[in-house]
Ligand binder design. Structure first.
Ligand SMILES: [Zn+2]
Length: 447
């Protein structure tokens, strides 16, 4: 029986097992769900991987008290390469349960998709790993290491654990299975992630509130000053315009089609997309600043008074090649330069997260491209992601020679982090087949 048939035969186990795992409410926040739920999920994952050859599978305590499932599996060939398999078993909270069309912790099939919190992010990927290994049975031609963490959606404690325990997870290739294709059936790896930094800017102009009738017109208004400053962060077409930050870079991989983007983002009719570049340029290759919060008097309860001080939190995303801390400094100097009327400006730069760019020329990338092509029947493309995964930077810094591959079952219809999260079972099967073929091809390429 070939691998594809074996995986088709194994899919009957995937649904009840994913249902078991989804039923465990492993939200890693003791204020919302009992920690015992995460502990149960950790044991479930440990036992499942122990049954596919990770005989030493164990629970490692992380700095935040969460548990990561670690393990290894040796291959008899002493020269075999080592592959690290990554996933996480914690999930986002369900948010408003009334927004779910099916119960969030009960895996439910609707029109061929399986709905439930974590069905895609990331429990579907855990089942893809397990199914790949079950299909290969005793014929896994590489050494394997495993880490399935339990606080990816909250504290990201594994990031702090890896550098101090580098040997435990050291590998030649790392499959970070917490991403997805651009669409069902269209194989892709994510090779670029933007960096991120938040800046809080405060403006002060007056000692206190002033009557807007008695003083308005001549008194400097801190909120008006802040609004004027924030308005300079984009030009009329929506490009982010911060002197010193290149906003002309062009995405070289697969395009993000504007129609798809409009639908994914829920852009209202008649409202334009922003920027002079393509959608892929704008979200994967260029900086973007978003005003995420403003402190000023709320409408209800506001008085006819001039606001003496106001502040805003700005979220700045930068493409690979730009240091987020340098970008934040450029943003702050720009805000100071454009502040009107001599108002006092104060700025705080919060902890930055670096951008990530995968090295795609090595044997693991060749093997994954061939495996995806065979599994899906069409060539693999390379995508970017406008968000950040700090763990990728930790892996890249700790294992500079390792090849990092970001893939998984979380395509856009999965609506990860939202109500009505779901997974397409055909993606679990195809990703499992991809992984099994990858392990064979990578081993062959390294011999
Ligand atoms: Zn995830």
């Amino acid at each position: 029986m070939d691998l594809r048939e074996r995986i088709a035969g194994l899919m009957g186990r995937v649904r009840p097992e994913l249902a078991e795992l989804v039923a465990i409410r492993s939200v890693a926040d003791p204020r919302q769900f009992p920690p015992e739920e995460c502990a149960r999920a950790a044991r479930w994952v440990r036992d499942a991987f122990a049954a596919v050859g990770f005989s030493d599978a164990w629970l490692a305590e992380m700095p935040d008290g969460s548990q990561a499932v670690l393990g290894s599996r040796q291959c008899p060939d002493p020269d075999a390469a080592t592959v690290l398999l990554y996933a996480h078993y914690d999930v986002q909270p369900p948010l408003n349960e009334a927004d779910w069309r099916t119960p969030p912790f009960e895996l439910t099939e609707v029109a061929g998709r399986w709905y439930g919190r974590g069905s895609a992010d990331c429990k579907g990927n855990i089942l893809a790993h397990l199914t790949a290994l079950r299909a290969l049975g005793d014929e896994v031609p590489v050494n394997l290491k495993l880490v399935v963490e339990g606080s990816e959606e909250t504290t990201g404690a594994l990031e702090g654990f890896v550098p101090g325990h580098a040997d435990l997870l050291r590998a030649d290739a790392i499959l970070v299975c917490d991403a997805g294709n651009a669409a069902v059936g269209q194989p892709a790896v994510t090779v670029s992630l933007r960096g991120v930094v938040d800046v809080i800017v405060g403006v002060e102009a007056l000692a206190s509130e002033l009557h807007s009738g008695l003083f308005g017109g001549a008194a400097p208004d801190a909120l008006a000053a802040l609004v004027a400053m924030l308005a300079t962060l984009r030009d009329a077409r929506g490009n982010t315009t911060i002197p010193g930050l290149d906003n002309t870079q062009v995405w070289q991989g697969a395009p993000y089609l504007p129609e798809t983007f409009r639908a994914d983002a829920g852009v209202l009719e008649g409202v334009s997309l922003l920027g002079d570049g393509t959608v892929s340029d704008m979200v994967w290759s260029r900086p973007a600043v978003t005003i995420v919060g403003i402190d000023c008097p709320p409408v209800v309860g506001s008085a006819p008074a001039i606001t003496p001080r106001a502040s805003a939190r700005l979220n700045l995303r930068v493409p690979p090649g730009t240091q987020p801390d340098k970008a934040a400094e450029a943003l702050v100097s720009h805000l100071r330069a454009v502040a009107p009327w001599g108002v006092h400006v104060k700025a705080d730069i919060e902890a930055p997260g670096s951008a990530f760019q995968a090295r795609t020329g090595g044997p693991a990338y060749q093997a994954i491209a061939a495996a995806m092509h065979e599994a899906y029947g069409r060539p693999m493309v390379m995508l970017g992601d406008g968000g950040s995964i700090p763990l990728c930077n930790v892996f890249a810094d700790t294992y500079p020679d390792a090849e990092l591959i970001l893939m998984g079952v979380e395509e856009p219809l999965a609506l990860i982090h939202s109500p009505n999260e779901s997974v397409d079972p055909s993606e679990i099967a195809a990703m499992a087949l991809t992984e099994a073929l990858f392990l064979q091809r990578y081993a062959a390429a390294r011999r």
